[in-house]
Design a binder for this molecule. Structure first.
Ligand SMILES: [Zn+2]
Length: 329
């Protein structure tokens, strides 16, 4: 299976300025009770990735959402969790969602274009070139809070481009088929991640490719910081798949992985920032020493190591729809 490593000098604050993130999370915390009343929330009886019913450990966010870690595949998931209907209302009406759109997305647009979107476009192009310059008809599934996506429309390797909002797409896809479906940073915030995968299966022709990006539960910053990982909060992060978990989940739904990489660039930077801002943080003294006292080069090489061995918390996968119609759907 393909594994890609990417070099960049990208820093966390460029896409998530700490002050804006703090304000956003404060708004979320004040609104989750109103938008997600406990009586509407859905209890998951098993891991959404592998179906295992046992957990290793858990932590609580906003005094009401519990994150469970699956004992079998280490996927982390929230249960009880908001319904998709309440999530859609939240993204349409909440002050937090409005703040994210008007402040976080608007103020970080340039950095996102350079470090995130351009790389995704390059990724699609590389995969197409790897398939004997095959050109593709592509459907992009957009998140509830979207930012500009022009890069995909301009791609030379596409014969056709269409997009669909995540809410509509997950209700059940009907329509023409495509050769590729992309859903970047979407699967983590769905009440039912399987609804995205089954709709993508319907939207793709035999051999069609599904491109996904997500936060991985097994990534360095998530595992080191765990319940202190400030960038993990509901309802934006309800599903954090592990590499093993997303592979099992896709296999069960009629896909086969052709690439799984964790080309993240921020893990080490994120942990270092937390250590600097919280001197009393309980963390391995060795990690503290390495990240604070040693040269920049050691941190860069640690980040490269995380990428090479699929240990970063930014994960991307390409899965191909099986041609034999032997899907589990
Ligand atoms: Zn699992």
């Amino acid at each position: 299976m393909k594994n890609v490593v990417i070099y960049d000098d990208f820093k966390e604050y460029e896409v998530r300025p700490p002050q804006l993130l703090k304000e956003y999370v404060g708004l979320l915390e004040s609104e989750v009770g109103q938008f997600f009343p406990a009586k509407d929330n859905i209890v998951l009886k098993e891991c959404p990735a592998c179906g295992c019913r046992e957990e290793n450990r858990s932590f609580v966010r906003f005094k009401m959402f519990v994150y469970h870690e699956c004992r079998e595949c280490l996927t982390v998931y929230v249960s009880p969790r908001p319904s998709q209907q309440n999530l859609e209302r939240f993204y349409a009406e909440s002050r937090a969602a409005k703040f994210w759109e008007e402040n976080m997305l608007a103020k970080t647009e340039e950095a996102r274009a350079e470090h995130l979107f351009a790389k995704r476009a390059q990724w699609i192009e590389d995969i197409c070139l790897g398939r004997q310059n095959k050109k593709l008809a592509l459907l992009d599934v957009t998140p509830a809070l979207r930012s500009k996506r022009e890069q995909f429309k301009q791609l030379g390797v596409l014969t056709k481009f269409a997009d669909r909002d995540i809410g509509d797409f997950c209700k059940g896809y009907e329509g023409e088929t495509f050769e590729a479906v992309t859903a970047f940073d979407v699967i983590g915030s769905l009440s039912s991640p399987l609804s995205l995968i089954t709709s993508a299966h319907k939207a793709l022709g035999p051999g069609g490719m599904l491109f996904l990006s997500m936060t991985a539960s097994t990534g360095f910053d998530i595992q080191v910081l765990w319940d202190r990982a400030a960038r993990i909060f509901p309802p934006d992060h309800l599903n954090l798949f592990s590499p093993e978990g997303i592979e099992k989940c896709l296999n069960r739904q009629g896909f086969e992985l052709i690439e799984l990489s964790t080309p993240g660039q921020l893990d080490v930077d994120i942990v270092r920032n937390v250590i600097e801002n919280e001197p009393d943080l309980k963390i391995s003294p060795f990690l503290k020493y390495l990240l604070q006292k040693r040269e920049e080069e050691s941190r860069q090489e640690l980040q490269e190591f995380l990428q090479r061995f699929k240990l970063s918390s930014y994960m991307r996968v390409v899965a191909q729809k099986r041609k034999d119609n032997e899907s589990a759907i």
